[in-house]
Design a protein around this ligand. Structure first.
Ligand SMILES: [Zn+2]
Length: 379
């Protein structure tokens, strides 16, 4: 396989702009990226020569002569993305725009006596899936792997929450087996990377991501830069108090957000999960509706607290269980109440809360987009 060279800073800036905002004239690019016309022309030529971009004449307009329009070539790079759950690898292969070209999945080896998924076996499964996905695209340029937990240096799984992993270097053996550049990332961080280019990031330089699924997850993008590793893996927000008279979480906090929103905590309390509660609510079960309203209220408080601390007007809500919670009016009521001004104040902002329910394929796509960014040399 051919390892593509990493783009120069200027080439990356132009490519990123074309991927995020679509085709642009050299003039537009120069204005938006603060480049001279000569620099823009040089970068455009380099990208066209390298197959990253194509240039075509804009259709003749009434005024002036037609202009050259530069566009990114979707097939210039392909990257495989994987999301690891406790027992399964979900894989996709994406083009440079993050469009899924094929999917594949496979079971992970069963945990050993210590409760940890064998690493060598997991690497073998990932390499086999990579080979399978590589056959579906002209060339494969890299790999992105997303796991729940703490990842250091884009390579080492420090705490693999659902895999029983501690200090597992996943990137090195996978790169060795496949000969491809590998980025390993926290799964919510991968999602934040995907949103930065192809979602909320198009309109907001700073935003937060909250995922509700097997656990509560948090992602942070500040001034266009993804925070790779949170200082607390989201612990401080997950255990923020909501109602001190509320139920206790596994750590013993009374009425923290996790007590209402963690699948484990909820199952212990309600003896069921969000999906089951959703069905019961639809069937008219009042107790189920109240539990979901309480969870939605806790999520509303998290949205408001996160937005206030991060100083952003945009929070992305994602994950397998999020649609069940946004169906409750308690979510928006709580956010509106938190924004309500005092007697001699005006409401100073509104919050743009974006909901994207996710399948495992979407999670894998986030990993692939993180892989594309890695292959292109994005920080
Ligand atoms: Zn707690």
């Amino acid at each position: 396989m051919v390892i593509q060279r990493v783009l120069s800073a200027g080439e990356l800036a132009v490519t990123r702009h074309l991927l995020v905002h679509g085709p642009a004239t050299r003039q537009d690019l120069g204005d938006r990226l603060n480049l001279s016309y000569a620099s823009t022309s040089r970068l455009a030529r380099a990208l066209v020569d390298g197959g990253m971009a194509s240039e075509a004449l804009e259709p003749e307009t009434a005024v002036g002569r037609p202009r050259q329009v530069l566009a990114a070539v979707p097939s210039a790079r392909h990257v495989a993305g994987f999301k690891l759950t406790a027992d399964t690898v979900h894989g996709v292969v994406c083009d440079m725009f993050g469009d899924v070209r094929a999917t594949a999945r496979a079971a992970l080896p069963a945990p050993d006596a210590t409760g940890a998924v064998p690493v060598a076996g997991a690497v073998k499964v990932l390499a086999q899936l990579t080979a399978r996905l590589a056959r579906r695209v002209p060339t494969l340029d890299g790999i992105g792997v997303a796991v729940g937990g703490v990842v250091a240096g884009r390579a080492v799984v420090r705490e693999g929450t659902f895999l029983g992993w501690r200090e597992v270097d996943l990137a090195a053996p996978l790169a060795k087996r496949t000969g491809l550049p590998v980025i390993v990332t926290n799964d919510v961080t991968a999602l934040a990377r995907e949103q930065l280019w192809f979602g909320a990031g198009r309109a907001h330089a700073t935003f937060g991501v909250i995922t509700v699924g097997a656990g509560l997850g948090f992602g942070v993008v500040r001034e266009g830069v993804v925070v790779d590793q949170l200082i607390d893996n989201g612990h401080l927000l997950a255990h923020a108090p909501v109602d001190t008279r509320g139920p206790r979480c596994t750590l013993g906090h009374a009425g923290c957000a996790a007590a209402y929103l963690n699948r484990e905590d909820l199952s212990r309390r309600a003896a069921t999960d969000f999906a089951e509660l959703d069905r019961a609510r639809s069937a008219g079960d009042q107790a189920a509706a109240e539990l979901l309203d309480d969870a939605a209220r806790a999520l509303g408080h998290l949205v408001a607290t996160f937005a206030g601390a991060l100083q952003t007007t945009c929070i992305v809500l994602a994950g397998e269980d999020v649609a069940v919670l946004t169906a409750s009016p308690a979510l928006n009521e709580t956010i509106a109440d938190r924004l309500r001004p005092g007697a001699f104040e005006v409401q100073r902002c509104a919050l743009d809360v974006v909901t994207t329910p996710l399948t495992f394929t979407d999670w894998a796509r986030g990993a692939a987009v993180a892989g594309v960014q890695n292959v292109l040399g994005e920080a």
